[in-house]
Write a protein that binds this ligand. Structure first.
Ligand SMILES: NC(=O)c1ccc[n+]([C@@H]2O[C@H](COP(=O)([O-])OP(=O)(O)OC[C@H]3O[C@@H](n4cnc5c(N)ncnc54)[C@H](OP(=O)(O)O)[C@@H]3O)[C@@H](O)[C@H]2O)c1
Length: 213
């Protein structure tokens, strides 16, 4: 498949691109960096800034992309323009281009506002959470995309375990590699289309866990 990864230079994005290339997909990765991130014949790079207009984002997208991953984020520095409006513009551009599949890296409880008060980590990130909430809300309620929204808790730079828990009611930590593996597994798991699920490291093999979504 031909896959667009918005945010290929990120911690999750980098691991995700590696896994998609290992799965023999053709990957277009986006970054505003000039240097090519991956030396692989199946990898091409796009200099994409999602604070640009929807029309200019759309013009940069190939018609024959099979799926879009959104794994970009402002790191709290520009949440309205990047995590909210930037994300929604990529959804609109994908939809207008006739691309159907869209996989969003979100965050635990983004759509469950009732959980925000009881999780102190979330109240410290309120503006980011509000942006992720409305971006996810747009994807679910305003788009016609075949979406999957993956909602991990805290991302940790440690070795992947290959094991996760899905649809838990509690938050938890995630090895970045396991989040990338989960995102990659979702691509061909049609049972995840139109679904939102949270995840953290746990007891089930990732591919097995995905079948329960
Ligand atoms: N941190 C956590 O514990 C946590 C927990 C749950 C979910 N998440 C979600 O996971 C996402 C990815 O995390 P990460 O640590 O992998 O992020 P990261 O390493 O900070 O990478 C951010 C990515 O976003 C891109 N980006 C930033 N501004 C952009 C813009 N204006 N236009 C286009 N691309 C832009 C960057 O590309 P450039 O190369 O162009 O800079 C980069 O590829 C976060 O944004 C967050 O929503 C995080």
């Amino acid at each position: 498949m031909k896959i667009l990864v918005v945010g290929a230079s990120g911690r999750v994005g980098g691991d995700l691109v590696k896994q998609l290339l290992a799965d023999e997909h053709q990957v277009i990765g986006t970054t505003r960096q000039k240097e090519k991130l991956f030396d692989n014949d199946s990898y091409t790079q796009l200099d994409l800034d999602i604070t640009a207009s929807k029309d200019s984002i759309e013009k940069q997208l190939d018609q024959d992309i099979d799926a879009v991953y959104f794994v970009a984020g402002s790191g709290g520095k520009n949440v309205l323009e990047v995590d909210l409006h930037g994300a929604v513009k990529t959804m609109q551009a994908a939809q207008d281009k006739g691309i159907k599949r869209y996989i969003m890296l979100s965050t635990v409880f983004s759509l469950q506002t009732d959980k925000w008060e009881e999780n102190p980590g979330i109240s410290d990130l309120k503006e980011y959470y509000i942006c992720k909430h409305y971006a996810d809300h747009w994807l679910v309620n305003n788009s016609t995309l075949d979406y999957t929204i993956v909602q991990p808790g805290a991302l940790k730079e440690r070795a992947g375990t290959g094991k996760i828990t899905i649809d838990d009611t509690s938050s938890g930590e995630n090895a970045i590699e396991d989040v990338a593996t989960t995102l990659a597994a979702v691509l061909t798991a049609d049972n995840t289309i139109g679904k939102v699920f949270n995840m953290h490291n746990g007891d089930s093999d990732i591919n097995e866990a995905i079948t329960t979504v």
